[in-house]
Write a protein that binds this ligand. Structure first.
Ligand code: NAD
Ligand code: FES
Length: 291
């Protein structure tokens, strides 16, 4: 582990679109130890909940990590209001196991929405290991597309033709449809040795089904609710291969074919109701202040 506790300065903030924000944060020792696939848990202040975020990029010279988050609930909306020069209270990491990015041969990497951010360092490492990598990124609409150019840059820097396919649900950019539609087309004409899928649970469930139907083993990265991040509280539990596993210490990556996605989806829906309640209270509070 790199570092626990202290104040961490945000040295750059960028709004990537109406819902997604990127931060570059001073992170001391975390930068020295972090590897693709690993994550941090942050708390912006004493009252903040603990938010797990996969490390999207890092600068070892500046000792910073880059994080990308989506404003989905009360805490992430609060995070979205912080600006360059602000500090956050706690940053713990790197946590979880690093991704296995050895040379598998031909690899298909699939990112859904903000899940494209944790996919980015994995694609970079897979290209560096000499894999023949193809990337499919899916977003609801054109204005929600993130990192397309940065993914393409990974290929051109390695002297390769970019193989990055973008889909939007409404066809406002790239191919109209879901990532799984493009996956099927690609897999009908090319043999892949390994798959990676990161994004919403429902996307990972169906992406894994497509990989399975073509006999391709696939890794998914789970992004469950976390409390302590140390394997003690059980908050991030999931069932993999019939066994209870903890995303924070056993993951975040698992063999997709072994993950019980239906159980995770049912639990996510339960948390969603609580999150909506917290958001409603939060909105009420803001309204009173505005009067
Ligand atoms: P989204 O709902 O906009 O979906 C992104 C894309 O996923 C869609 O455009 C589509 O191509 C695909 N998709 C969605 N439903 C599908 C289905 N039923 N079948 C096939 N493909 C489908 O994504 P979002 O709103 O950006 O949400 C991103 C999610 O990713 C969040 O829920 C977040 O928790 C999760 N996330 C996961 C990780 C991780 O490490 N696993 C990291 C960050 C975010
Ligand atoms: Fe508590 Fe994983 S977050 S066990």
């Amino acid at each position: 582990m790199g570092f626990v506790g202290g104040m961490f300065k945000i040295i750059d903030t960028k709004r990537l679109n109406s819902q997604i924000v990127s931060w570059e944060v001073e992170s001391g020792e975390i930068t020295r130890h972090a590897k693709p696939g690993q994550f941090i848990v942050l708390r912006i202040d004493e009252t903040g909940e603990r938010i797990p975020l996969t490390i999207y990029d890092m600068d070892k010279t500046k000792k910073t990590i880059s994080l990308i988050f989506q404003e989905v609930g009360k805490s992430t909306h609060k995070m979205g209001r912080l600006t360059t020069g602000d500090s956050i209270l706690d940053l713990i990491g790197p946590l979880g196991h690093a991704t296995d990015t050895r040379n598998f041969g031909s690899v298909l990497c699939v990112g859904g929405g903000v899940g494209s951010a944790p996919l980015f360092p994995i694609v970079r490492a897979l290209i560096e290991s000499g894999n023949d990598v193809t990337v499919v990124l899916g977003f609801k609409t054109a204005d929600l597309i993130i990192l397309e150019d940065r993914f393409k840059e990974l290929f051109t820097r390695a002297g390769k033709e970019p193989k990055v396919f973008v889909t939007t649900d409404d066809g406002s950019n790239g191919t109209k449809g879901l990532v799984t539609d493009v996956m099927k087309k690609l897999m009908q004409t090319q043999k892949f040795d390994r798959g990676f899928a990161i994004g919403p649970l429902i996307m990972m469930k169906f992406a894994v089904a497509v990989f399975n139907s073509f006999g391709v083993p696939a890794i998914v990265s789970l992004n469950t609710v976390m409390v302590d991040g140390t394997g003690m509280c059980g908050g991030c539990r999931c069932t993999v291969g019939g066994q209870t596993r903890f995303v924070c210490v056993d993951g975040p990556e698992f063999e997709g074919a072994q993950v019980n996605f239906d159980e995770l989806l049912a639990r996510q829906n339960r948390y969603h109701r609580h999150e909506q309640h917290a958001m409603d209270l939060h909105k009420e509070h803001v309204c009173r202040l505005d009067r």
